[in-house]
Ligand binder design. Structure first.
Ligand code: IPE
Ligand code: IPE
Ligand code: MG
Length: 236
């Protein structure tokens, strides 16, 4: 990539279209999810190489539990295998992994694989990979509100301490705001992804399904980001 490009500090990726990608190839939807893992692995390395500092990945929404139990089970097992084995290389790449989402009702084995990965990568500094799993913005706002109420009840904060900074610090993860949100597959919606954090993000909706979102597609996205004029309410 060219030298002078601005690299967004925090990129969000709604990894959508795995099912359609597979069905178009005469395969089962689960084959699409499996392929998405290898796409994601390449993309993580690429994001480290181009200098992205934070990446939030939408892996499973709170609403995705509505899917057929077989697909949900497949995804849970895929998460376990991915976190326990496929992501081994991320440790060498100095990627730190954190998770956003509700632990309930994730299976114990998934939680164990998540906790292990978080612990093993906690000192890494190259890229923070925030995996949104059983994540929903609405649930996050509810959970953050409860957290603040507990702090208030325990006398740890006063009403006047509640400001944007305190709210931001008490979301699932204390991360900088999203600069750029990419949703693959051509759908033009957030589907409950990081609404609070995306308030001033730029949006990009490539038509390709996630399994085809290779490094070249990511570079195209960065070029598009560089064409945007971010004003943050000011005049420029
Ligand atoms: C995204 O791909 C992966 C998850 C939501 C887990 P989909 O499974 O939503 O694929 P499409 O959108 O049905 O093609
Ligand atoms: C959003 O995709 C969730 C993830 C990519 C993990 P969905 O496929 O679940 O979203 P909808 O149902 O099309 O809005
Ligand atoms: Mg989808």
């Amino acid at each position: 990539m060219e030298e002078k490009l601005i690299i967004p500090n925090h990129v969000g990726i709604i990894m959508d279209g795995n099912g359609r990608w597979a069905v178009e190839r005469g395969k089962t939807r689960t084959y699409g999810h499996k392929t998405a893992v290898s796409t994601l692995k390449d993309l993580c390395v690429h994001m480290v190489d181009v200098g992205v500092k934070y990446a939030s990945l939408y892996a499973f929404s709170t609403e995705n539990f509505k899917r057929d139990i077989k697909e949900v089970d497949f995804l849970m097992n895929l998460f376990i295998a991915t976190f326990n084995k496929e992501f081994e290389f991320l440790k060498k790449k100095k990627v730190r992994i954190v998770f956003s989402g509700r632990r309930e009702p994730l299976p114990e084995k998934v939680l164990k694989a998540m906790d292990k990965l978080v612990d093993e990568t906690k000192d890494n500094k190259a890229l923070v990979l925030n995996i949104c799993l059983n994540y929903g913005s609405h649930a996050e706002i509810v959970d953050t509100t409860k957290k603040l109420c507990e702090l208030y009840k325990d006398g740890k904060i006063e009403l006047d301490d509640i400001d944007e900074e305190l709210i931001s610090k008490n979301l699932y993860q204390d991360l900088p705001p999203l600069d750029f949100v990419i949703r693959t597959s051509g759908e033009l919606r957030l589907s409950n992804f990081m609404m609070y954090q995306a308030s001033y993000a730029e949006f990009y909706f490539p038509k390709v399904y996630f399994p085809d979102f290779n490094n070249e597609e990511f570079d195209k996205a960065i070029l598009e980001f560089n064409k945007r004029n971010r004003r943050f309410g000011g005049v420029k």
